[in-house]
Design a protein around this ligand. Sequence first.
Ligand SMILES: NC(=O)c1ccc[n+]([C@@H]2O[C@H](COP(=O)([O-])OP(=O)(O)OC[C@H]3O[C@@H](n4cnc5c(N)ncnc54)[C@H](O)[C@@H]3O)[C@@H](O)[C@H]2O)c1
Length: 437
Amino acid sequence: MSQEKEPIGVIGVGWVGLVTAACFAEVGHRVVARDILPEKVEALSRGEITIHEPGLAELLARNAERLTFTTDMGELLEAASLLFVCVDTPPTVSGDADLSRVRSVVAELSAGGGHTLVMKSTVPAGTGHSIRRDLPGVPYVSCPEFLKEGSAVEDFMHPDRVVIGADAGDEASGDAVARLYEPLGGEIVRTDVASAEMIKLASNAFLATKISFVNEIANVCEEVGADVAEVARGMGLDQRIGPAFLRPGIGYGGSCFPKDVSALKMLAGNSGYHFQLLNAVIEVNELQKRRVVGKLQKHLGSLLGKRVALLGLAFKPHTDDMREASSLVLAARLEGEGAEVAAYDPVAGDIARGLLGGVEFRDSALEALDGADAAILVTEWPEFAELDWAAAAERMARPLLIDGRNFLDPSLLKGAGFEYEGIGRVVEGSVPAGTAD
Ligand SMILES: NC(=O)c1ccc[n+]([C@@H]2O[C@H](COP(=O)([O-])OP(=O)(O)OC[C@H]3O[C@@H](n4cnc5c(N)ncnc54)[C@H](O)[C@@H]3O)[C@@H](O)[C@H]2O)c1
């Protein structure tokens, strides 16, 4: 391992902050990480990991000597001059980004302290300018984060690109941040603060748009008897389009896309521009989560008293993050139709229990499927591909599966005795919706 390098401060130890702290420690930096939640700081100080993220526990354990967790801002300010702000920026009731946590960090800093603020939290374009106005003399760098939960460590250590925004006068601080990222590889994009802020919002909004687009294509495929997997494959080979994010499902969720799309729409509106496309992206996503209920009703009629099993609850596999997970809307809709809902998730069960009051939680997929009239695959956890589906069919009252992620092999499921329906997928023997009697 390389010798000790410049110490780094991390403010906010959630998904982004903890991964940032662990990865910079892995590269050889001493890191002091501060959070306002004492229980989180105590757990991390005891070596207990607070989130489920592949590879993170090992990284934290391996670099424990270089990592300090604290609630004390003074300790952090004393230890490091580069301060990475990783606090949450959730949506407000108005749909704008809530910057109160960012503001409270700024309020704890003072000019002339020799610190540089490096903003990793996702903030609306213009935020950096206003912080610079409020904190003259404190260099400010925008360094938005692009990691994906479920592969956050890998993404941080091998970034596609690193965006570093610094305005006139703060170039040296931008250089200092760029030096930190050099060992990780990936193209470094040097730009101004407002453009860096926009790159982050525009990237997430574009990815969400791609998802809503392919979801609509899938819905049309169902009407006309086309197979969206074939359509996406044929589209994705066009280099102008590319294959990524062309997989339909039951809508995007998570802590970033919904709030960032909304924040960009509001930012545009507040600035006098009506961002029409994003309205459709948001609406398509909301409706997509609900279409699954219609699919169930097509097979089962009324859902009153029917038992439905949800396989997977987290918004994506390899994480226990339940923020804006499609399962939350789905469970509420099913309960609204009078269904009994049973659920299983390999890691998100404990967190989900607190959010899904009426749902029965089970310790395995097979147990969740016991006596069910239908199952919905909500999260594409690899273990669901390995499940003994013939045994599952035996345990269910009616072996009907709606594959909300087009994750399973339809012929395997049919061979196991299932009625199978995916999203925009042609399954042998099925009739296109538009041509059905
Ligand atoms: N989660 C992701 O996948 C991801 C990816 C890219 C960017 N982002 C952005 O990064 C930011 C952080 O996201 P997250 O998912 O890590 O959030 P998170 O909610 O998991 O973590 C935020 C942490 O900040 C702490 N905090 C709040 N106020 C604080 C303060 N004044 N001082 C110290 N700590 C404070 C909270 O207690 C919490 O532990 C957000 O702006 C988000 O949009 C997130």
